[in-house]
Each structure stands twice: as C-alpha cells, then as structure tokens.
Design a protein around this ligand. Structure first.
Ligand code: KIV
Ligand code: ZN
Length: 388
C-alpha cells in the first residue's frame, strides 16, 4: 500500500471560534495563523468574511501574513457571501473559497423550505460563481452525516462537474458512528463520477465524542483531507481535534497516512490557543492535557520509572511536552517517592526510605498531591542518616 499524505485543514479560526465567549481580535488571529503556518498545516480557514467586518478584516490580514498554506474563507451558497469571501481573500497567495448548502432532508425542508432538485441547482450555481474568482473551490454538503448516500453522491457529482476541487462531507451534528461515516466516504469514492478530480474531506463534530474516530475512518476509506481545530474547540462539543488525528496517524505507521505537521509544536500551539481564547484545556485531554503524560498510581509509576514505554505510547518530547510527570499522591509507592526525592537531591537508603515513606503517607492522606517542598519538609527531621 503506498503512503498517502493527508491534508490538514485547520478551522480553529472559523469553526473553532464559534465557541460561545471566545472571540479573538485580528492581531490574535494573525498570531495564531502564523503559528499554524509554522506547525505545517496545509489549509487555514481564516474566517467567514460576510459574518462581520471584524471577520472580514481578519481574513484580509491573515491572507497577507501567511504564504505557505492555502487561506480559505467560508461562504453560504449566496452571491453576496461569495463575493465578500473573494474580496477578503484577494491578498492570499493561495486562496480558496469554501461554499456550500445543507443537503439533509431536515435542512432542505426546515432551513430552505426547498426540494432536493433545487438544492442541487443552488449548489452548482454557487460553485460556478465562486470559480469566477478563484481556481480552488471547496464545496460543503452541510449535514452530510444525515444525508442519504445516493442523494449525496448526486450532489457531489454535480458540484465536481461544476469545478469543485474539494468535497467536504460534514457530520455537522456529530451523529454518525465511525463505521457509518467510513462507509459514506467509501460510497462516494466508488459512486461519484469524476471523483478523481476532487479531494474528499472529513469535517466531524464531537457531539457523541466520535469526531476523531470518524475522521480517521474517513481517511482510511479514501478521504484526503481532515478538517479539525486545535484542542478540538468548536460549537457545542467541538470539532475533531488536530493533535489527536495527527498523532494517531503518526503512531500507527501501518496506516500509511502521513501529514506535514511538525508534532513538536502541538503542545505550544495548544497552550497559545487556550490562552488567547481563555478556554482551558481539560486535564485529561489526549496529547495536550496537563495529565496526558502524568502518572499517579504506584503500579504505573513503578513501571514508568523502570521503562517509560510500559505506560506511555508516545514520547512526550515528540509533541513538545518537556517530560512525563510522576505525581505524588496517596496512591504512590516507595519507587515514586525515591525517584522524586532523588530528583531534588536526596539519595535515600532503604531504611531512610521506609521511614520517610511513613511520613509521606500521612501527608498524602491529608493533601491531594505531595510537592517537592513537602519532601524537603519531610527530610528536615528525619533522624536517620541520608546520603545526599
Ligand atoms: O459543520 C459544518 O457543517 C460546517 C460547515 C459550514 C462546513 O462547519
Ligand atoms: Zn462544522
């Protein structure tokens, strides 16, 4: 099986920024975009230019600030939206307009009060109009996750014939199961005439906690691009998390899927986005959470001290985290205490360790975590000899 490079389409600044209360100003967005460029993403979705003058300005400034990635602007399948996106992208070296319309029966009926045939006409017209401004036009079939596959294939075929270069298949409501989403991508790959002229893209939401699994199923079944955000931020339960999909492909080389992402930047950029958006990262978040490389139970600590690989599937430094943490709690054993004490300058004999461990347990039962300062305190009045 030959290796395929999967395009990473970052939408932190568009779908990610739809998180309530997380508005960024233009300089903050430009700073994040510059870091996304260093991270090595292939596409930056910089905003939704028609949505506000601030968003328009951010897309203009990001277009000027980055040169390597494609810069993308969102629009609905509406003439004014497309014109505004084109205008905002005019300084981009590699512009892309991302236009589309809802294709599920629910969207067709309740949002558009329309018919399936009319939606295809509007989709085609939008792609053709966007092509007047830029060569690279991505089409999104909103709520594709709940759109029946046969109809979705007809929509895709029509927009590819109209010139769409990328077909975005969003699971907008995060409803699909991984095998269903994978089958959808496979079906499109096998049934859309002209599909070789376009890249299929995943765009998964996390309402059931399946965004990462669905995106991976999507690329396994032929998608060539993943749309995702740093820290998985986004509307409701968020979008696919960039750091998760990148590391899954990297840690499972037999998948033969690679990306251009510089993994060592994952933790620093996660921190940057968290700080700018004032949205903390949950401690147990995969890859970038503060506990992602922290070990607190005695059995695990003993294993990790002997050999990191016993309980770690990645080297923390590969994702830009300094080192694994041995957290001292009431569940820690002697090995962890001796290890931590050694790190701060105490070489404990066996007897000394026994005595200090008793003191440690008494403190650990009172406190959630035992810190280096507590260890120094414990050592102060230990009567037995210590070789420091
Ligand atoms: O989730 C979604 O369907 C979207 C589209 C606008 C691409 O974000
Ligand atoms: Zn979305």
């Amino acid at each position: 099986m030959s290796t395929r490079k999967i395009q990473i389409f970052d939408t932190t600044l568009r779908d990610g920024e739809q998180v309530p209360g997380c508005k960024l100003n233009t300089p903050e967005k430009v700073e994040i975009a510059r870091n996304l460029e260093k991270l090595g993403v292939d596409v930056i979705e910089a905003g939704f230019p028609i949505s506000s003058p601030g968003d328009f300005k951010s897309v203009v400034e990001i277009s000027k600030a980055v040169t390597e990635p494609i810069v993308c602007g969102l629009s609905r399948a509406v003439v004014k939206d497309i014109e505004t996106a084109a205008e905002a992208l005019k300084y981009a070296k590699r512009p892309r307009i991302h236009t589309g319309i809802g294709t599920s029966d629910s969207h067709i009926l309740h949002k558009f009060n329309s018919t399936r045939e009319e939606i295809i006409e509007r989709a085609v017209a939008a792609v053709k109009y966007a092509k007047r401004f830029v060569e690279d036009v991505e089409f999104y079939a909103e709520d594709a996750g709940r759109t029946d596959n046969e109809y979705l294939a007809r929509v895709c075929e029509a927009v590819v014939a109209a010139g769409a270069t990328v077909l975005n298949i969003p699971d907008t409501t995060g409803y699909c199961l991984p095998h269903e989403y994978g089958a959808k991508i496979k079906y499109l790959k096998e049934n859309v005439k002209g599909i070789d002229k376009a890249i299929l893209s995943t765009h998964c939401h996390n309402d059931l906690g399946l965004a990462t699994a669905n995106s991976i199923e999507g690329v396994i079944h032929g998608a060539g691009q993943i749309e995702c955000t740093i820290n998985g931020i986004g509307e409701r339960a968020g979008n696919t998390s960039l750091e998760e999909v990148v590391m899954i492909m990297r840690q499972h080389p037999y998948l033969n899927l690679i990306t251009g992402v510089e993994a060592k930047m994952l933790y620093p950029i996660s921190q940057l986005v968290s700080e700018k958006m004032q949205m903390f990262v949950q401690p147990n978040k995969a890859i970038v959470g503060s506990n992602a490389f922290a070990h607190s139970s005695g059995i695990h600590q003993d294993g990790v001290i002997k050999n990191r690989e016993t309980y770690e599937i990645m080297d923390p430094s590969d994702v830009g985290v300094d080192q694994s943490l041995i957290v001292l709690t009431a569940r820690s054993g002697r090995a962890a205490l001796a290890y931590r004490a050694h790190k701060i300058g105490y070489q404990l004999t066996k007897d000394a360790l026994d005595e200090v461990y008793e003191r440690f347990l008494a403190i650990a039962d009172r406190k959630k975590e035992v810190y280096d300062q507590d260890i120094h305190e414990m050592m102060k009045d230990v009567k037995i000899e210590l070789s420091a």
